[in-house]
Every structure is written in C-alpha cells, then in structure tokens.
Design a protein around this ligand. Structure first.
Ligand SMILES: [Zn+2]
Length: 366
C-alpha cells in the first residue's frame, strides 16, 4: 500500500467539496486497489492483503466508512454513501474471485506434484527365476501327479524306527552305521536326520488303507564327504504304490513312462538286479544316454547307459510293520536323487554349483 493513506483524513480535509470531487476520490481508491491486487496479492501475503482492504478493524473500507462517510456534510452524504457501496462491493467481489484463483492454482500445483513423470528412468527390480532344483522337482511332480500319485511331506528329524526298522533295516545293518547317519546328541529316543524320505511311506501306510499312491519330496542327510557329486544333504523324491493287484509289469510300465516323460520319447529303460532292504526284488533303473543316444560318450562313460535311481517291489516284511495283509497286497517303491537327475539332464558336472548361489550359473536355467 502507498505510504499516504487518504482514508485517514476526511473528504473535507482532502478538499473534496463537490459530488464530482467525491466521485474522483472514490475512483482514486478503486484504482489503487485494482493496481495493488494485480501487483501485490499472492498466496504468501493473502490474509494480510485482505485485512488491509476489508479487515473489520483497520481495513481501508472501515476507515473510509469512519472518515469519509460518517462526517460527510448532509448535501454530500447521498453521493458518498452511494460511492462507498459501489467501492465496497467492487472490493469484496474482486477479493472473492482472487481467493478462488489462488486456491485453484494451489490445487493444480498439488495435482502436478502427484503426477507420474513417465520420462524418468525407472527403478530396476531384478526378478529371479526358480532354482534348477525347484524346476526339476516341479517336473518330477508333474509327471507323477499326472498318473495318479499324490504328494505327502514329512519331518526331516526322524526316529530310528521310521527311518530304519519299519523299512526292514534292522539294528547292526551297515546302513545304520554312525559313519553314514547324523544322529542328534541327547535327543530322547535317539533322533536322527532322515537319510531318505521313506519314513513318510511308513507314516502314510500306518494312517491309510490301500490303495496308496504317493510321492514324497524333501531334503535328506548323509555323512558323505563333500566332493564333485556328493554333499551332506541332497534332495530326494520317493514313491510308493500299494494295492491288491500291483504286478512287476505295473512297476516296469510306470518306470518306463517316467523315463520317457523326463528324458524324452526316444529314451530307453534298462533294469539291473540290485539289493535294498525294503524292496524285493530290487532294481537299478538305467536310461539310454540322452546325450549320445546310446552309442557311448563322456557323460555315460562310454557305456551308452546312465544310472537313474533305485526301485523295486515292496518287501512283504515292510507290510508287517504297518499291519497290511502281505498275502493280499503288493506294490512298488522307488527313490530318486533330484540333484543327481538335474545334473544328469542338464549336463552339470559339479554338484556344489547348485548350492553356491552364483547367479551367473543360475541364470543359465531360466
Ligand atoms: Zn552317452
């Protein structure tokens, strides 16, 4: 506001003694208001600006009312009153439009701040993929689920009963040697880290009457010295099928179906006699080498065959532990090392690569 405030004097003191002079004085105030509104009014000083012009106590309108209107001589009062009302409504409506203008500008500014700038470079969040072991598990489960097996899982800490005895591996059997098994010190009843997922076969048969068709994926533990193909832990998937009329043909057919699904339709299967305490007869399942097709190469050690897993018909002695009728029932079981199958299928020669979490290695299996 200008330094000289005309409204602190009366119209007589300002020398306005005629209606024309009065109109002129009001026009001067109005012109100053209009100029100030353009030049000074902004969001930062808005309340002070409003108080200066229309504040009830010492605003310009109040002073004009007090100093110009009230003391005006009778003959000038109508024109002063009329001009005062005109000025007042001009100032009030101008202030109101300005207030709305300031508010909507603030809204726009806020909206602009919230807007996403699509031209900015984004934050890259690298997305991983499933680990090769997980992928292999999924592939194995897909194959077995498609032929009617279901999945069960169980504890990694087991009792000797479920890990050995009920699977027809009695005390003093070489497999129970301290050198092969992690026993848990001080555990009541001598707990151990399961050496295979077979305990879940027993636990399932205890709870469920035949037919049983399950696969059991999970981690198992053995006291192997770590090298290129051994670790103290590996991933296993075991299977069990028990029913009233399961024959060796069903076993062989299932194995052959699995091998073709896993390695491709050209893969051939070979069974070699073997021994496991919980199967009788037992077999090692080999597949024709998926790299050379059977003619012999480095991967199959020039034999044309690759050892896949062990399997066999369930030993009738096992049924005794779960109160199944060994006279009426028969079945087959198999146990696969998932890490081994993954290494074989994808040509990996070093087992530790699977667990070193080196993304350069893992990225090769998207
Ligand atoms: Zn080969």
């Amino acid at each position: 506001m200008a330094a000289i405030d005309p409204a602190s004097k009366t119209l007589a003191q300002l020398g306005a003694a005629t209606p024309e002079a009065v109109v002129q004085k009001f026009a001067e105030v109005r012109a100053r208001f209009d100029a100030d509104l353009v030049a000074d009014a902004n969001p930062q000083n808005w309340s002070a600006f409003v108080a200066n012009w229309s504040g009830r106590k010492s605003g310009m309108l109040t002073k004009i009312g007090d100093n110009w209107l009230k003391p005006a001589p009778k003959e000038l009062k109508p024109i002063v009153g009329q001009e005062f009302q005109k000025l007042k409504s001009h100032i009030e409506s101008a202030l109101e439009s300005k207030r709305q203008e300031i508010e909507s500008a603030a809204d726009h500014a806020a909206a602009a701040r919230d807007q996403i700038d699509l031209s900015l470079p984004g934050v890259e969040r690298p997305i991983g993929t499933q680990h090769l072991i997980r992928q292999t598990y999924d592939e194995l489960l897909r194959i077995f689920l498609s032929i009617g097996f279901s999945v069960v899982e169980g504890p990694e800490i087991e009792t000797p009963y479920y890990n050995f005895e009920a699977l027809n591996i009695p005390e003093h059997h070489p497999a129970r040697d301290n050198m092969d098994t992690f026993y848990i010190e001080g555990a009541r009843g001598g707990h151990l880290l399961r050496t295979h997922t077979s305990p879940m076969q027993i636990r399932t048969m205890e709870k469920q009457q035949p037919p049983v068709r399950i696969v059991v994926p999970g981690k198992v533990y053995r006291r192997d010295n770590p090298d290129a193909t051994h670790g103290y832990m590996f991933h296993q998937i075991e299977g069990l099928a028990v029913d009233t009329d399961i024959t060796f043909c069903d076993f062989k057919g299932t194995v052959e179906y699995f091998v073709r699904e896993f390695l491709g339709p050209q893969a051939k299967t070979r069974l070699r006699p073997s021994y496991f305490p919980f199967t009788e007869p037992s077999a090692e399942v080999d597949a024709s080498c998926h790299v050379c097709g059977g003619s012999g190469c480095r991967i199959c050690k020039f034999s044309g065959w690759i050892e896949l897993f062990g399997a066999g018909m369930v030993n009738p002695a096992v049924y005794g532990f779960v109160k199944y009728d060994a006279e009426k029932l028969s079945g087959f079981a198999f146990g696969m090392g998932v890490d081994r199958l993954a290494m074989m299928k994808y040509g990996i020669t070093e087992l530790p690569l699977l667990f070193q979490n080196d993304v350069r290695f893992l990225r090769q299996f998207p």
